[in-house]
Design a protein around this ligand. Structure first.
Ligand SMILES: Nc1nc2c(c(=O)[nH]1)N[C@H]1C(S)=C(S)[C@@H](COP(=O)(O)OP(=O)(O)OC[C@H]3O[C@@H](n4cnc5c(=O)[nH]c(N)nc54)[C@H](O)[C@@H]3O)O[C@H]1N2
Ligand SMILES: Nc1nc2c(c(=O)[nH]1)N[C@H]1C(S)=C(S)[C@@H](COP(=O)(O)OP(=O)(O)OC[C@H]3O[C@@H](n4cnc5c(=O)[nH]c(N)nc54)[C@H](O)[C@@H]3O)O[C@H]1N2
Ligand code: SF4
Ligand SMILES: [Mo]
Length: 755
């Protein structure tokens, strides 16, 4: 959508790539200048919503520190180079390592922004496959892998994650999530605050469980403080209560469930009366929460990062869905429902209702033996895999939109490990704490120079939709889009050379994929999409073969839907999505069980054996005494992980990297508001500025991650003026959820001393 206005101002539509809310933005430009950004009023999904980060796209586009040309390390310094020189250097340095030491000698990591750039997301896997290494790492194991694993075990696919149908809900129990600040996660829900307000206005109830009275707790009916890491005890206590008080109601799902009796037996030892001390919530309250959930006509439990980044992350994620199933809240309007995305969703492909399910542990990490999960190894084993000699040692690393020096526990150790690599390449937009270690840095385009379609987030959205944004600006001449940069790296890894024809390689890979689905019809299908290349072609293929598509004339869409959507009976195509101003609304979430299931049994597996087997570990932890003080994380609406601290509109105002403590702790430790203090753990120590806050639970310090921009060699001039400190310097990279490999980011014991 591009409109001409009288004053030669143009208005373009762009899906915001900065967080999971995926708001549609209107970007007003004059020539090459961005003159304003606002929420796109005509967006069918976000309806004009924008947060302060959305405006910062202008700053990001204009940031002088954002890289525009490749860099190569010469005599220790990263200096500008041409694209051809950069790829030639990669070939010269990387190939000998692959040849001499094998595929696993090259590690690859991918970070959070890749989920927001469809060229990166769709082509990263092509590069990983071309490399053929087992050493694949992503931010998922610092984040949501527990939820993906529990969902995969229960419903059959890693991305079959149920999300609250908030607009029809009248009860929402939010645990370990702060969507007012984060704008939602594993739940694409622009303007959570507005939707929560509407829920309460129609008589609904919002309850928040968090060790800090968060911004979300501030807009809730009730906030309950929990001891960090205590969620498994609360959740198992609630499940116990449902059985104990005969509150279990399966409703429509009764005939689609395996394992009910096994769950009942497994939670028998978890009576709330035994759980209370360990989770810090009274037994009567645990029972009341279970009764409230059971009694609510429409509602559900939603839990996020605070419950995932714990050593019981997978158990927590599972128990949340068990609660929703046992109270007839799963797959029901107003409850937790499965979106039906228009493209790329595995749970809409293949035979509906059953499938192969998921497996883990197809290989293990070399040093700690951490099992493979969803094709990856835990990010927290990266440092030891680089440091430890032997066959399979990582000697070269490719990072794609990833900053593990700040985002991964043991960041300082990892920084030392990166220095010991034989070779490192980064595809990134900054020279930052991680990419400063690279030998070659390949810059990415600004989001405003790139087209976009969300691959993952429509699979997690509160409402079904399809939206596309075309580039606001032409990319600079000679700057390849990210998918081509990734394909050139893939060509090098495949031994085809830095100068291989990437468009031909793209054709080859696309055709191979189409052949798997279309067989003999492949030439016809390829012909039908022959005008497109790169991610756009993959999108067209996915839309047309998706649940709303026309299967290239081989399948008719549901006529009722075709009528409602006004798209005609021939189904969704990229051209239709592109030409619809503000995108296409595909309606509220619909019940999908059993069709969504891809478990071998064709049922919801309520009692996956690996999860039942992990429950005794939780029981054994019941009597672990609480450390005197622990640290947890925090998100601020004007910050985003580690990389938006260099943008003027977000950096202004009060410093957001402070350490929060309760007034009682402050008094006990002699800490004043604004005073400096030393925060230390067994693993590291940082100097923090204190903020005294009655929102904290006593004994808990809150410090945001993603800070610590004072490392030599990084080129983030504004961020360096108020660098903050790296929370992950305090955390232990050996602490993981054993099932998912996810890092433990919450509840590390710390001490705090005034300085
Ligand atoms: N202690 C603690 N640690 C945490 C967390 C926590 O809550 N507490 N949260 C964790 C979570 S949820 C996550 S997702 C991870 C995130 O971990 P990472 O993904 O490693 O971290 P980000 O800070 O998102 O860094 C993104 C990187 O991508 C680059 N980048 C930005 N835009 C682009 C682009 O368009 N193209 C390319 N090629 N690069 C780009 C940035 O410069 C930066 O280097 O951090 C985790 N770490
Ligand atoms: N503004 C902003 N938005 C973001 C990001 C950002 O950095 N800034 N990051 C994005 C990313 S990568 C992600 S994954 C999402 C995350 O989105 P959310 O899951 O909403 O993450 P947080 O806002 O960190 O909220 C987690 C809450 O868990 C609480 N908590 C900590 N430990 C525990 C515990 O043991 N138990 C319980 N019950 N609660 C606990 C914390 O106090 C915090 O309030 O946000 C995304 N959006
Ligand atoms: S909430 Fe803010 S950062 Fe997130 S998508 Fe919307 S405008 Fe962008
Ligand atoms: Mo994340």
């Amino acid at each position: 959508m591009t409109e001409q206005s009288p004053a030669d101002e143009r208005s373009s539509y762009r899906i915001c790539p900065l967080c999971e809310a995926c708001c549609g933005l209107e970007v007003r430009t004059r020539g090459a200048q961005v003159v304003g950004i606002r929420g796109a009023q005509n967006d069918v999904f976000s309806a004009g919503y924008i947060c302060p980060k959305g405006y910062a796209l202008k700053d990001l586009h204009e940031d002088p520190d954002r890289l525009r040309t490749p860099l190569i390390r010469r005599n220790g310094e990263l200096v500008p180079a041409s694209w051809d020189e950069a790829f030639a250097e990669v070939e010269r340095r990387l190939l000998p390592i692959l040849t001499a030491h094998g595929r696993d000698a090259v590690g690859i990591t991918v970070g959070n922004p890749s989920a927001h750039k469809f060229g990166l997301l769709l082509y990263f896997s092509r590069l990983a496959k071309a490399l053929g290494t087992k050493n694949v790492f992503s931010a998922s194991t610092l984040d949501q892998m527990p939820k993906q694993l529990s969902s995969g075990l229960m419903f059959g696919h890693w991305l079959s994650i149920a999300v609250p149908d908030i607009e029809r809900s009248d009860y929402l129990l939010v645990i370990g999530a702060n969507p007012v600040a984060s704008n939602g996660s594993l739940w694409t829900v622009p303007d959570f605050r507005g939707k929560a307000k509407a829920l309460r206005a129609r008589g609904g109830r919002l309850v928040v469980i968090d060790p800090r009275r968060s911004e979300t707790a501030d807009v809730a009916d009730e906030h309950l403080s929990i001891r960090p890491g205590g969620d498994v005890f609360l959740l198992a206590g609630m499940v116990h209560t449902l059985f104990d008080e005969s509150l279990v109601r399966l409703g429509r799902l009764a005939e689609h469930i395996n394992g009910l009796a096994e769950v009942q037996a497994a939670v028998l030892p978890f009576a709330p009366e035994r759980m209370a001390a360990r989770c810090g919530i009274e037994a009567a309250t645990i029972r009341r929460l279970a009764r409230e959930l059971a009694a609510a006509p429409r509602g559900c439990v939603y839990a996020r990062i605070g419950t995932c980044t714990q050593s019981f992350g997978t158990l927590n994620s599972w128990l949340v869905d068990v609660l929703n199933v046992l109270t007839a809240k799963l797959d029901e309007p107003g409850g937790a429902m499965f979106p039906r995305a228009a493209a790329f969703a595995v749970n809409t492909a293949g035979k509906p209702g059953s499938g192969r399910g998921i497996v883990t542990g197809r290989h293990a990490s070399r040093v700690s033996g951490a099992p493979e999960v969803y094709g990856e190894l835990p990010m927290t084993v990266l440092a030891e895999e680089i440091e430890t000699p032997g066959t399979g040692q990582i000697r070269a690393l490719i990072t794609v939109a990833c900053n593990p020096v700040l985002s991964c526990p043991g960041g300082p150790r990892l920084a030392r490990a990166l220095d010991s690599l034989d070779f490192m390449v980064s595809l990134d937009i900054y020279v930052n704490e991680t990419t400063r270690h690279a030998d070659v840095v390949l810059p990415d385009l600004s989001p405003l120079q790139d087209s976009h379609y969300d691959v993952a987030f429509p699979q997690l959205s509160f409402r079904n939709h399809a939206r596309y944004s075309a580039p606001v600006f032409e990319p600079p001449a000679g700057h390849p889009p990210e998918w081509q940069a990734l394909l050139r790296l893939a060509a090098i890894a495949l031994g085809r050379g830095a100068r291989a024809d990437v468009l031909a390689l793209d054709d080859e890979l696309a055709e191979a994929e189409v052949r798997k689905l279309a067989g003999d019809a492949t030439p016809l299908v390829m012909q039908a999409v022959s005008a497109l290349r790169g991610p756009d072609r993959l999108l067209e293929l996915a839309l047309r073969s998706g649940p709303y598509g026309d299967l290239f004339g081989m399948k008719r869409v549901d006529p009722a839907w075709a009528l409602d959507s006004g798209l005609g009976a021939d189904g969704l195509t990229l051209a239709k999505v592109r030409s619809a101003p503000g995108g296409i609304d595909l309606g509220p979430l619909q019940p999908r069980i059993p069709e969504v299931l891809r478990t071998p049994s064709g049922r919801i597996e309520l009692a996956p054996p690996s999860l039942l087997a992990d429950l005794p570990r939780a029981l054994a932890d019941l009597d672990t005494p609480a450390p005197e003080m622990v640290v947890i994380g925090r998100r601020d609406v004007r910050s985003n992980n580690s990389w938006m601290h260099n943008l003027p509109t977000l950096a202004k105002g009060p410093f957001r990297g402070t350490a929060l403590v309760h007034p009682l702790d402050a008094a006990r430790l002699g800490l004043a508001d604004g005073a400096a203090a030393r925060l230390s753990s067994e693993h590291g120590e940082v100097a923090v500025f204190m903020e005294i806050s009655a929102a904290m639970s006593p004994g808990v310090v809150s410090l945001p991650h993603g800070w610590g921009h004072d490392l030599p060699g990084a080129r983030l001039s504004l961020a360096a003026t108020r660098p903050g400190v790296n929370l992950n310097a305090l955390l232990d990279d050996s602490q993981r959820d054993p099932l998912s490999g996810n890092a433990v980011l919450s509840g590390e014991a710390v001490s705090l001393v005034a300085v």
